[in-house]
Design a protein around this ligand. Structure first.
Ligand code: IMP
Length: 430
């Protein structure tokens, strides 16, 4: 059995897209299991850059089956736009399949997402505004949800939309003072999407389990990161799904006994978008060296500048535990190429007490001060390194410190955006 989960161990944007893309070279199936078009992956192939939100990055390899599992919330408009954009650039999208049990993002979801955020003076989450949270709310409240299987049956969809839109319009008008949405317009628009997507809607659990049983290599691609996990992240400043490895089974219908490896992806430093405490965050006047230049720390989905800071060993250790990570990938090491010294956080200090474990209370986290160890920088270009031995000794020492703090081996290191700018110490498949 060769099944690998790729999970982000920080607040998303660790560079999972590049790793998924690399591993897909040998994979038969790539599966997304949660989230939606709040995600953004940048993949660089030759001199071409691809920005993907919903479609697994595996699409860039011809013949790969790319599956959107039942745990994903699907905006059909965005999905079709993404498919059309790829087709226009000569990419074959015939391998895309969508779970019949996946939930659909409807036009009122992004509207409610934004109105809800705007209505808050305190406690804003800083969502991407893509309607992800409201779509999951409808899934769990069970009254107003529309699944792919409903969308592709014209009569069922027309009926469901009528019931649901009546309630949503009441909410929009009476609670938010919005003008409401038109039934006929949505019906027509979504029936058009259904006609284009129908043939791709399948029992994805069956499809993926059959692939695993015949020995195919299957990659589960996590979006966002472990600290944005609704159960294990920095709640409430989290997304509304389970980006962690535990999300795979619920979000695909593949049992935990069929998962053989969990690959944790860490950036060599830390970033976060949206609100919420961030212990190792750098102040505005120091952030530019990480954010600009090679770091390019601006959101793929929203263009927002990311908050940046030093590597946090407390978070790494915590995320490895909750995800059962078996090996680590360290991304963007090259962004640290021009620092005299580099700090890593080894523990937190909270009201005079030393904390080694990540706290559940955000009030505690907000008061935590990082305890740093300062390591020498390497002050040279690492982008040409193709083996561990090619890396300067100070960079090797940095990676060893990361592995020691995190408690897992570093099997891969990324030293640039391109596919070949990667050091592989131990093959992941096999
Ligand atoms: P939502 O997922 O749009 O509801 O946003 C909830 C939180 O997750 C916000 O802080 C977002 O900035 C964050 N978030 C959602 N998707 C991503 C992502 O792909 N990368 C980084 N942060 C994300």
């Amino acid at each position: 059995m060769q099944t690998v989960v790729v999970v982000g161990l920080q607040w998303g944007d660790e560079g999972k897209g590049k790793i998924t893309d690399l591993l897909t070279a040998d994979a038969h199936v790539v599966v997304r299991y949660q989230g939606g078009n709040n995600a953004g992956h940048t993949v660089v192939v030759g001199d071409q850059e691809f920005k993907l939100h919903l479609i697994p990055s595996g699409i860039l390899y011809p013949g790969t089956l790319c599956v959107l599992g039942n745990g994903v919330v699907i905006n059909p408009k965005v999905l079709l736009e993404e498919m059309d954009g790829l087709t226009a650039r000569g990419i074959d999208v015939s391998g895309i399949r969508i779970s019949d049990r996946a939930h659909v993002i409807m036009p009122y979801h992004p509207i409610i997402d934004r109105l809800e955020e705007d209505s808050r003076t305190v406690g804003k989450i800083g969502t991407t505004g893509r309607g992800i949270g409201p779509a999951y709310v409808d899934k769990y409240n069970r009254y107003d949800a529309i699944r792919m299987v409903d969308l592709i049956q014209p009569e069922v969809f027309a009926e469901r939309l009528q019931e649901v839109l009546e309630r949503k319009n009441r909410l929009l008008k009476d609670f938010y003072g919005h003008e409401g949405l038109n039934y006929e317009a949505i019906l027509k628009e979504y029936q058009g999407y259904a006609d284009r997507l129908r043939e791709r809607v399948v029992d994805a659990s069956l499809l993926v389990n059959e692939a695993i049983d015949r020995g195919d290599k299957v990659l589960f691609e996590g979006a966002q990161g472990s600290l944005l996990d609704v159960d294990h992240g920095t709640f409430p400043f989290v997304s509304s799904s389970n980006p962690g490895s535990a999300g795979v089974s619920a979000g695909t219908g593949v049992g935990p006994t069929k998962i053989s490896k969990v690959l944790g992806v860490l950036k060599a430093y830390s970033t976060r978008v949206g609100e919420g405490p961030f212990p190792t965050e750098l102040p505005d006047d120091e952030v530019s060296k990480l954010r600009d230049g090679r770091g390019r720390e601006y959101g793929v989905t929203t263009g927002r500048a990311r908050r940046c800071g030093w590597f946090d060993g407390v978070i790494a250790r915590y995320s490895i535990r909750v995800n059962g990570v078996t090996s680590l990938v360290v991304m963007k090491l090259d962004v640290l190429d021009n620092f005299e010294t580099i700090k890593v956080c080894t523990a937190y200090r909270y009201r005079g007490e030393l904390l080694r474990e990540f706290p559940s209370s955000l009030r505690v986290l907000a008061e935590c001060e990082p305890v740093y160890e300062e390591l020498p920088g390497w002050n040279c270009d690492t982008t040409g390194a193709r083996s561990y031995e090619d890396l300067p000794k100070a960079a090797q020492a940095y990676l060893e410190k990361v592995a020691e703090l995190a408690g897992a081996p570093v099997d891969m290191v990324s030293v640039g955006w391109r596919r070949d700018e990667t050091v592989i110490r131990k093959p992941i498949w096999g």
